[in-house]
Every structure is written in structure tokens, then in C-alpha cells.
Design a protein around this ligand. Structure first.
Ligand SMILES: C[S@@+](CC[C@H](N)C(=O)[O-])C[C@H]1O[C@@H](n2cnc3c(N)ncnc32)[C@H](O)[C@@H]1O
Length: 244
């Protein structure tokens, strides 16, 4: 019997996401919910500074950030107007003045966020958005464009926090291959029932070119604990990429 092939390419298509977001429950979370990511998020995304969330989908992470940890400004973007309209309607209808004031939404492509000024965000959250981009025919180039845009928008010393199922062997070449000289990249592994390992620091100096923008020598960067990840079953990775 011939089984239907998994069409991962569709994850890079806006029409797929529009159709999916029409029927998805608000609060549907890819990979992990706020409770399991909270220690890493609150460590790398400062509560008093504007935070940008890429590819929000129908996630409720931004709501949790405001209600549970008093984040003051979380701006979430997605290129699916369907997702953004639904989230904005929920914000307007919310009985919480705190949510109404702290949340904002925008239909925008994470590869080109030109409306926003350089260095205007104190942190960036990406849960599954770069993963979706990477599924397309031009995945590597699209991911590099998105990473350069994230870099442009980050304030000095701020972090781009990427949540993904991709192992360091698969993801570090993408992170370091975009021509962006990260000061440091830290890796966490988030497992079941609150299990958390890390942070483990990537040896960026081992990448060809001697810095975070070089790409190239993956084996060099996988030294120590980073090279052993993932060590847990059904886990996800968090990459905290810090701008100098
Ligand atoms: C795997 S889902 C993750 C959704 C949400 N972050 C979560 O964790 O539940 C990927 C999201 O990225 C969005 N997306 C994909 N490519 C995008 C792009 N180029 N610009 C903005 N959003 C994009 C999709 O519309 C989708 O909502």
C-alpha cells in the first residue's frame, strides 16, 4: 500500500497557514506551552522591554507572558492575516486592561520587518517560525534573511530565542551561517514534566571564520555537552542567540 507522503513543504506556504489558522483553537501551542518554557523565556527576554514574537500563529504565549510575568509590551507578528485578525479580536474583546495595553499584533513577514527601527526590541521570541521557513525551496536563504532581520531589530546585548525540534547538529549551521556575528549562542533542552538542561555554550570560535557569523565547521561547535544533545526523549531545543 502506498502511504501519503508528509508534505513538509506546505509549512512554508502562507495559504497553508491561512487555512489552518481558520480552524485552529486559539491557544494552540506548537512544541511547548509557556509553563515548560518559562524559565528560559524569563531569563533571556527582559520583562520591562518591548519583546517581538515572530510567527505567533494562534499561540497564547504572549498572553501568559503578560498575565503571569508582567511583561509590559509584546508585539507579535505573523504573515497570516487570519491568525492576526483572530488574535487582535481576542485582545479587543478581552476584559483585561493589562492585556489590552501590553499586547499588539501585526500582519508582517519575518524576513522584512522594515516598519520597525534598528535595535528597537529588547528580545525576540521564535517558536517554530524559522522552522516553517526552512521547509520551503529557498529555506536556507529565507532563514538567513529572517535571522539578519532579527539581528537588526535587537538592541545591543539582547537575545533572539528560538524554540525548535532541531538538534544542534542541524540548527547551528543555520544560526551561524547567516553572516550574523552573534556574541554567544546558548543551548537548552526542554523535556517532559519540567525537565530542563542547560545552558550549554556553543563554541562559536570553532566555526570557520572564528566567530558566530562564520557557519562552516559544525563539528568544532559541537564540542562538550552541546554535541550530545538531544539527551532526553520528546524534547525541544531553545537557542538563545545573543547580540554583542
Ligand atoms: C509552526 S507555526 C508556530 C506558531 C506559534 N509560534 C506556536 O508556537 O504555536 C509557524 C508560524 O509561523 C508563521 N510564519 C511562517 N512563515 C512566516 C513568515 N515568513 N513571516 C511571518 N510568519 C510566518 C506561520 O503562519 C505560523 O503561524
Amino acid at each position: 500500500m502506498e502511504l501519503p507522503q508528509l508534505q513538509v513543504k506546505q509549512f512554508s506556504e502562507q495559504s497553508y497557514w491561512d487555512a489552518r489558522h481558520k480552524g485552529e483553537a486559539l491557544g494552540y501551542e506548537w512544541y511547548r506551552d509557556y509553563a515548560s518554557l518559562r524559565p528560559v523565556l524569563t531569563r533571556h527576554l527582559p520583562r520591562q522591554e518591548p519583546i517581538l514574537q515572530l510567527g505567533v500563529g494562534t499561540s497564547a504565549i504572549q498572553t501568559d507572558m503578560v498575565l503571569r510575568d508582567s511583561y509590559t509590551a509584546v508585539h507579535s507578528v505573523d504573515y497570516s492575516p487570519v491568525a492576526i485578525e483572530r488574535l487582535e479580536a481576542a485582545r479587543v474583546e478581552s476584559a483585561s486592561a493589562q492585556l489590552q495595553g501590553a499586547l499588539s499584533y501585526e500582519v508582517a513577514d519575518m524576513r522584512a520587518l522594515g516598519r520597525h527601527e534598528d535595535g528597537c526590541f529588547g528580545g525576540i521570541l521564535d517558536k517554530g517560525a524559522l522552522d516553517a521557513l526552512l521547509c520551503g525551496d529557498n529555506g536556507e536563504a529565507d532563514a538567513a534573511a529572517a535571522l539578519r532581520e532579527a539581528w537588526r531589530l535587537l538592541a545591543p546585548g539582547a537575545a533572539y530565542l528560538m524554540i525548535t525540534s532541531a538538534s544542534p547538529r542541524a540548527r547551528l549551521p543555520v544560526i551561524t551561517g547567516a553572516g550574523v556575528p552573534w556574541a554567544s549562542v546558548l543551548v537548552y533542552e526542554v523535556g517532559q514534566r519540567g525537565a530542563l538542561a542547560g545552558p550549554f555554550e556553543v563554541r562559536l570560535g570553532a566555526a570557520s571564520g572564528g566567530g558566530g557569523g562564520g557557519g562552516g565547521d559544525v563539528d568544532g561547535m559541537l564540542g562538550g555537552a552541546v554535541g550530545r544533545l538531544p539527551e532526553m526523549g520528546y524534547s525541544h531545543m531553545c537557542y538563545a542567540c545573543v547580540k554583542p
